[in-house]
Design a protein around this ligand. Structure first.
Ligand SMILES: Cc1ncc(C[n+]2csc(CCOP(=O)(O)OP(=O)(O)O)c2C)c(N)n1
Length: 356
């Protein structure tokens, strides 16, 4: 059932081919825009801008030693974040990898609570106990970022099983990198989901590298969507720099999950501009490759489409940019001025209590 849509395929050199694919100018008529509400389109742009600014401020704060542990940014991958989450409906759940600041924000976590969690402050989403790799916001349906590669996949099976068991109408969406598709839990999870007809969408963010390993170095099958064939479920490769392509593929897959109890595997091809985490010299890729992907920037591209279609004008674009910058700055100030957890509370949140 696997198919490919709108992207290059084949082993080797995927990065170069995908980077060259985009036409320089947006087409005069943009039918994808016409399928969406104007306010929704602007909201998606606004979210991508916020995520970009939040991430850049987070990186800056990390270099000032305000953030402990590691941070993994999804700068460059914003269309995969916003497109997939825009496809969710109330009652759906989302699980992600450790590269999940943007996911938390798109799910509705306030920038202040997300930044405070990075700073390890009491006002963070997990009272500062989780940090960057373990953001979680159950009230908004965000069931967490996970530091163990692929650790979220078996959990998503459990969430989808619970949805079915309780007779709920939603679905679970589970994001992970392409590196995670080489571990046992990926295969066990897809198998169980298909076998038990669970309402789950597997969303692979293929940014072409797992730390310093290119996809060609670590996966026998480099077109990740084709791994769906092994579990007899639909698989699709999409352009992860195109927020609307991501949203539409995810909407279709979520609908299939909710109505037909048929899981799917979506592979969104994208690129992280920054290093794997903050300490990464990036010797495994060339500056020219990074530059070519930056030319396909998902935010600039989407904004230009909205300008070309008359949905946005320059003044409003500048105002949106200003608001995103300000929101990220306010998040830093909120985190900075928030209290550290009290040492007397050290024992809290180790085990769930009956109310949680
Ligand atoms: C089980 C496990 N093995 C190894 C690691 C170390 N590690 C952290 S991220 C990473 C690469 C994962 O790459 P990918 O799944 O493609 O996601 P990306 O970081 O590119 O978003 C590795 C090997 C880990 N966190 N967990």
């Amino acid at each position: 059932m696997a198919k490919e849509r709108g992207s290059a395929n084949g082993r080797g050199g995927a990065s170069a081919r995908l980077a060259e694919k985009r036409p320089a100018a947006a087409p005069a008529a943009d039918p994808a825009l016409a399928r969406h509400d104007r306010a929704e389109l602007l909201r998606m742009l606004e979210q991508m801008q916020l995520i970009r600014h939040f991430e850049e401020r987070a990186a800056e704060q990390y270099t000032r030693a305000k953030v402990g542990g590691y941070i993994h940014l999804n700068v460059g991958e914003e269309a995969t974040v916003v497109g997939s989450i825009a496809a969710l409906r109330p009652g759906d759940y989302f699980l992600a990898s450790y590269r999940s600041h943007g996911h938390a924000l798109a799910m509705g976590t306030t920038p202040g609570a997300a930044m405070a969690e990075l700073f390890g402050r009491e006002t963070g989403t997990s009272h500062g106990r989780g940090g960057s790799m373990h953001l979680v916001d159950v009230a908004h349906g965000f069931l967490g970022g996970y530091g163990i590669v692929g650790g979220q996949l078996p959990l998503a099976v459990g969430v989808a099983f619970a949805i079915d068991y309780r007779g709920e109408s939603g679905a679970a969406m589970c994001q992970f990198g392409e590196g995670a598709t080489n571990i046992g839990a990926f295969h066990e999870s897809l198998n169980a989901a298909r076998l038990w007809h669970l309402p789950v969408v597997w969303f692979c963010t293929n940014n072409l590298y797992a730390m310093g390993h290119s996809v060609e170095m670590d996966s026998a099958v480099t077109e990740i969507y084709r791994k769906a064939v092994a579990y007899d479920m639909p698989g699709e490769r999409i352009d992860g720099m195109d927020v609307l392509a991501v949203r539409e593929a995810c909407e279709a897959a979520l609908e299939r999950a909710r109505r037909e109890r048929m899981p799917s595997l979506i592979e969104a091809v994208t690129y992280r501009y920054r290093g794997h985490s903050m300490a990464d010299a990036g010797r495994y890729r060339t500056e020219d490759e990074v530059r070519r992907w930056r030319e396909r920037d998902p935010i600039t591209w989407f904004q230009q489409r909205l300008l070309d279609a008359g949905i946005l004008d320059d003044a409003r674009a500048a105002e949106m940019e200003r608001r995103a910058t300000e929101a990220a700055q306010q998040a830093v100030e909120f985190a900075e001025s928030s209290p550290e957890p009290d040492v007397a509370d050290l024992h809290l949140y180790v085990y769930a209590d009956e109310d949680s």
